[in-house]
Ligand binder design. Structure first.
Ligand code: PLP
Length: 396
């Protein structure tokens, strides 16, 4: 194992491209100097098209959860009525943060594995005339489901035009198209360790004009996470506190690679990898966990079959250099997850599937050698076309 790098197929942190790694090893600089200011400017502007906004983006040094906390404490006041729409463990977390800070949270839970239904959101909001905000998860990493944010936001807008729509897209943004301005979304959170191909440590948050305005009157306590301070400092090319400079270097380099590849190619590559992962796992005999109408393009979850010794299977896979993620919360031991986001290539997915095949054969399971890899290749070609199968896109 020491002789080669693992194929890290967890849904973040994602493996870093070589130049991103090198960027993280660079010498420190003065974070009050022009070099940092230029970098911060590139990042905040460079992220806007991925959020689908022309509004201001803020960057804070924290895990993605810090970004979720910032979303809550900056826009809400204690006692505010909030609809927390949860389809899994991260939706639960978002709602919990709001509760901890004193919001009056009503939960709308979908069965894990399913997306939220716009009609149910609409119906629930009918009985919440004073609702201040609706919390949505874009990509529920714990279940492998991608919510239809455009439809959900439209449902909210129809029923409660003034409600704030706050979205956790920690594990979705950058990998799939997102149009927060067009969809009427007020705040979106993402994290450096997912599609951005960087180490953990930075959360990026975009807010609409309505979102920024809400921060002026919100009364939940905040200091470090006050997004207005981050936005205002950025106009001078600075952050209010010492930033995670090594990760800033990496996100800057990641965005450079993404610009060279082109957003369309990035999205097509994720679509191809997701299709390959799903088809390959099915060909291996696994049942996919998520409602496939809303299957995530960044992570695929599959059920652990009753007759499979998961520990032995996973140990075999690991010994061959592939790292998968297990289930979270109530899905621990019941599902496993295969991540396909960030710098992922189709070759890495095919390699992982090939390893799963070999591990299954080693354990004596009835698997046809090559079947998963073949199914995955066909699915990738059918979904995204041959253009998406080049590794680095137009700027290569
Ligand atoms: C959808 C989603 N939300 C929030 C988080 C939390 O991010 P972090 O672990 O960086 O706090 C994650 C992390 O996996 C996530 O996938």
């Amino acid at each position: 194992m020491d002789r080669f790098e693992p194929n890290l197929r967890i849904p973040g942190p994602t493996a870093l491209p070589p130049t991103v790694r090198e960027a993280g090893a660079r010498q420190m600089i003065n974070h009050r100097g022009p070099e940092f200011a230029a970098m911060l400017g590139r990042i905040l502007e460079g992220m806007k098209p991925y959020f689908g906004t022309t509004s201001d983006v803020a960057m804070i040094s924290s895990a993605g959860s810090g970004g979720l906390e910032a979303a809550i404490v900056n826009t809400l006041s204690p006692g505010d009525r909030v609809l927390g729409v949860s389809i899994g463990s991260f939706g639960d977390r978002f709602a919990k943060i709001a509760t901890v800070y004193g919001a009056d949270v009503t939960r709308l839970d979908a069965e894990w594995g399913y997306a939220a239904a716009p009609d149910e959101v609409r119906e629930r909001l009918r009985s919440m005339p004073e609702v201040k905000a609706v919390l949505l998860t874009h990509n529920e990493t714990s279940t492998g489901v991608m919510n239809p944010i455009a439809d959900l936001a439209a449902a909210v807008r129809e029923e409660r035009p003034d409600a704030l729509i706050l979205v956790d897209s920690v594990s979705g943004l950058g990998a799939v198209p997102f149009h927060m301005d067009d969809w009427g979304v007020d705040l979106v959170v993402t994290g450096s360790q997912k599609a951005w191909m960087a180490a953990p440590g930075l959360a990026m948050i975009a807010a609409s004009a309505r979102g920024w305005a809400a921060m002026e009157t919100a009364r939940m306590p905040r200091f470090y996470l006050d997004l207005r301070a981050h936005r205002d400092a950025a106009t001078n090319g600075q952050t209010p506190f010492t930033p995670a400079i090594a990760v800033v270097y990496q996100v800057d380099e990641g965005l450079r690679l993404m610009a060279a590849e082109g957003a369309d190619h990035i999205f097509a590559r994720h679509e191809a990898c997701a299709a390959a992962a799903r088809a390959g796992l099915v060909a291996l005999g696994f049942e996919l966990f998520a409602d496939q109408r809303y299957a995530s393009r960044t992570v695929t979850a599959a059920n652990v079959p009753d007759d499979l010794d998961w520990k032995a299977f996973n140990a075999e896979i690991k010994s061959r250099g592939v790292v998968l993620a297990g289930g979270q919360g109530k899905l621990t031991g019941k599902i496993f997850r295969l991540g396909h986001l960030g710098s992922v290539t189709l070759e890495e997915i095919l390699g992982a599937l090939s390893t799963l095949e070999v591990a299954a054969l080693t354990l004596g399971r009835p698997v046809e050698p090559g079947a998963a890899v073949g199914a995955a290749q066909r699915a990738a070609l059918a979904t995204a076309g041959i253009a998406a199968l080049s590794v680095t896109g137009a700027g290569a």
